[in-house]
Ligand binder design. Sequence first.
Ligand code: XIL
Length: 393
Amino acid sequence: MRHRRLLAAGAVGTVVVAAALGISSAAGAAPSASAPRASAPRDEGAPDSLRALAAKIGLRIGTAVIPFDLNTPAYRDIVADQFSVVTPGNEMKWQVVEPTRGTYDWSGGDRLVKFAEEHGQLVRGHTLLWHNQLPAWLTTGVANGTISDTELRALLHKHVIDEVTHFKGKIWQWDVANEFFTDSNPSGINPNDFWVSHLGAGIIAEAFRWAHQADPHALLFYNDYNIAGEDGTNAKSDAVYAWLRQMLAEGVPINGVGDQGHLDTQYGFPTQMTQDLRRYASLGLKVAITEADVRTFVNNPTAQVPTDHLATFAQPYEFSQMLKACLAVRQCISFTVWGFGDADSWIPGFFTGEGYATIYDVNLQPKPAYFDLQQDLQLAAYGAPHRVHTDQH
Ligand code: XIL
């Protein structure tokens, strides 16, 4: 039997991280760092939990969550004990929140927000403007011409305003726009993107303005994959960096940039990650790793045993390197994994033959990647000791 569920929903935030890091916000119109406003986080985790260790340096460790799986004790306990920020894997996407035109279903997002409030966690909202997981009524209407571009723009405006308003005050970071850049070299905003082709590239900035209007305190993020050198050429990072600089110069309220962090052991670890994160931060932006996982080839999608023995070393190594890239940049305020157990990961369903992508195994036992992240955070939390001096060379 193939045990695999789909990742889903979640959301809120606090002042603590941004304030602790003393980071100023980006654009003029951008919110102050005094974002979410949840009650002071209770330290739910044991002293050696990921969340407790990360808290010592003001970093939030996050995971994508399937909100309705929070009723399963083994799953719920790990979310509560190990993580200090949660994201709904699917439940804040348009397809889920408005399955029928004019009828909202906030149940998954609300469930996760409540859980977060009860466990001293913040929420990353994901995602408002994306070409994927749109409601069928919308894409069908556009395709058959019953929804004009003018109406499409009005529908998007309503969607952004209504969703951000529904969760107002409960979201720490919103992924306002997701995956707009091409994978080509040079890269740029994809002219064939659903939204761009109908409404023009300016619609992205509009979405940020609308989101800011609806919740002026939420930190607004641009989110994408392969934007920290994973493409090998750095072309995508160059394009996103140039675009962000332009948006900020125009006063668009963008506060942060998220690198999804979907890595694959067959490509090796991207060497530019720290520099790329630092370059975004130099614009005055926060940065985050938003969907970290490291996939590799496996025997089958159920057991997910790596077929190459070396992958069992490469997988935790790449997780560790990715966390270290974040740790090296003060403006990196959260590190989120895209689900924590291999049985729940989206990878086997989307990348044929691959799996083993998360930090817990199919039985929810911690893998080497978990212990590597824990050790990295331990060293970061307490400060690695200075080296001893020696006269020998
Ligand atoms: C994935 C979810 O995990 C799956 O459950 C869903 O079927 C498809 O989407 N980049 C993103 C995420 O920004 O929203 C995607 O999540 C994974 C890739």
